[in-house]
Design a protein around this ligand. Sequence first.
Ligand code: ATP
Ligand code: MG
Length: 789
Amino acid sequence: MSNTVDFGIDLGTTSSALARMMRKGPEIVPTRSGQKTLPSAVRITDGGNLLVGDEATDKWPCRSQFKRDMGATVRYEMGSREMSPVELSAEVLKELKYSASRRYEVDMDQAVITVPAMFSQPQCQATHEAAALASIDAVTLLQEPIAAATAYLSDDPEDGQYLVFDLGGGTFDVSIILMKQKEMHVVHHGGDNYLGGSDFDKKVQQWICSEIGTELSSIPEPERWGMSKSVERAKIKLSDLETTDVDLSDVKGVHAPRFTLTRERLNELVRDDIDRTIRIAREQLAECKLDASDMRSVLLVGGPTQMPIVRNRLRQELGIPLNLDQDPMTVVACGAAIHASALPRRSSERTTTSAGVDLELHYECVTNERTAHVSGRIANRDSFAGEVRIQRSNGDWDTGWIALRNGAFVTELELSKDIVTEFSVEVRDSSGATITSSPNTFAIRSGIAAAAPVAPYNYGVALEDGSCKWIVKAGASLPVRERVELPAAASVERGSDETVFVHFLEGKSEHADDNVRRGHVVICGRDISRPIRPGDKVTVTIRMDESRLIRAVVELEKEEREWEARFHSLTDEPPIEDLREMIRRTQDDLERIDLVVSEDDQGGVNGLLRELEVLEADVENLRYGEPGQSERVLTKISDLRSRVRKFSQKYMPAAKREEAEGVLDEAEVLAANAGDQIDLATVRELKGDLEKAEVLGDKKLTESILERGRNIWAKHYMNTPECWRGQIDWLRPRYLLVSNPSQFHEYVRRAEACLNDRDLQGARINCIEARELLPASEKHIERFGGSLI
Ligand SMILES: Nc1ncnc2c1ncn2[C@@H]1O[C@H](COP(=O)(O)OP(=O)(O)OP(=O)(O)O)[C@@H](O)[C@H]1O
Ligand SMILES: [Mg+2]
């Protein structure tokens, strides 16, 4: 076996592929049924046999698309057992391992596995776990677009920028790659983890159902699955034909055994999704301040890029030449194998016998030159006297015998014309006797090294003021280790039960609330040896390796120990309450913008409001759906918020002013009714200041007036019966959530009685007592409450 990893795996949503780097270049390893790709599908037969790939897709219940749920604790029912997305992915990997052993008689125990560029941290972690379950012990994760670019550009590319457009079965990635003096750099990544060919299939299925007057959800799952297979086959045919039939003869309850689908209709159905891909590509270019004309070519990756509509729209809208040199279905696996050929195998054990020597070799695994510099040292014998000879494995060139000096040597190797040149090493001692050396072979690849992977998002911590401190920035080359010192914002007594948090975030927004909470550290008064005071030094360190595995620790001044962050799986996060809160805030923002929006932008805002309604329904349905869906909804909400933000920047100053005016008007009435002359004077003063703020265009001043107005409003509103009437109405149905409903009823009853007696103070106290009985999630705890920093 060679001393480099050599195997590359594209673990896809719908299909997976395995490639191995050979002397002449990457070779796709055929599956058991002789295909170049393996359906990422698993089925358990009635007899309990587990089938993977083509055999699995024959019949229902076949499980596929589990890559979309990687990192979530979803379970798939498989006959009498249940399997997680990690276990199902492991079965696909085991099948690929089998293909490797069948073809090369080797145990593929190390490999490069590709993941979408925008895979989040728990999704990468889950991919590692799947590999470990499949006994692929040493795994490097590589982002799919980097793998694809490596395959497209490994052969002497021209300097310049390239756009990787990877539209797969379930994910869409777009990356900008820079080639400069034969070095590859990733300039930018973007995409959508939940957009791909299977969404097109779903749209066609929904259209067929509407044509025949049926709801897709009313078709039993096995038939729905059969229908999706027929639709997918038809969709693929329409990349070559203008019209085809969808065979629905096996779909019970559908009284149309054949259904004609034209390319035109398909194009219409997927138009929105294709628009979205082009919009994302444009956004990525704009974020890098680049124009489409700055791109040398588009590198096409993924099955759906074979659709004429995708190619035509790319040509028309971006006007960049398309590179069609590689097979979009296998280019990712080939790139992964090329990358793998530059990774030395990790060896857990030294295989030399006591009579042999351990040879420590240093060389670049990939080079653009025709020669390579190599140095070596005998690591297990002091001052070994002897000679070493390196020869090309095909025997047509060698270095001759080189005398070791202090057990070490340096030499220059001539590479062959093949992509990979293999060398063998011989060692002999001073008497001329051959000594076994480990390793005794190695290989050097000619070409371009894959770009270093980069962090797809920012990683950092939430701060007490609602902002965030990014520690590892999106685009940072991996591996990375960054450390920051921040002042504590909270105070904690030693030995107390007080707890404070450090919340770890992944995302792109400067507002903590708009990002995803990935992990946290909890520090309790009982765990510290001295009190924490505001301003104390808190050190946060985040490490991320090439495969995006993350570790984070928090250290406190003068404390011996450190606190390691616990990272959540996808189902812990984002909780439904967080999603609801994001929807609520987006709705508030949009409604405010709606009051002041110009006629030109009204249509855009209305469209966003409609999208928000759909998302709101999605969030509510999550409670009853599969937990893995929450990440999908979150991606959509984040996308919507980023579009709302564009309007916010334009209209928010006006909207904030409008809101401040309303709040001050109400506060004025309440303060007047309460006879509070001081507050009344303050409100009137604030109204004057608001006018000044408008003239000066001072956004900060407007916000501070709004905040002060709200405080005065709240103070007086709490002294109105309406306030406590509203509270009681909110509390009453929540007895279902408490463990002591009779106590809860009692507080609510007393609050009501106090209110009827106009005893507002009594109503307030009883409402607070009732509220205390509610579970934390219902008490409306601040999302980043109790923050240490
Ligand atoms: N000729 C074709 N025309 C249109 N679509 C195709 C064609 N061939 C395959 N597809 C579609 O491509 C998708 C699979 O593509 P691919 O294998 O690149 O994705 P994947 O790697 O499994 O997914 P991902 O990269 O999202 O994890 C499927 O939806 C399939 O229906
Ligand atoms: Mg893919």
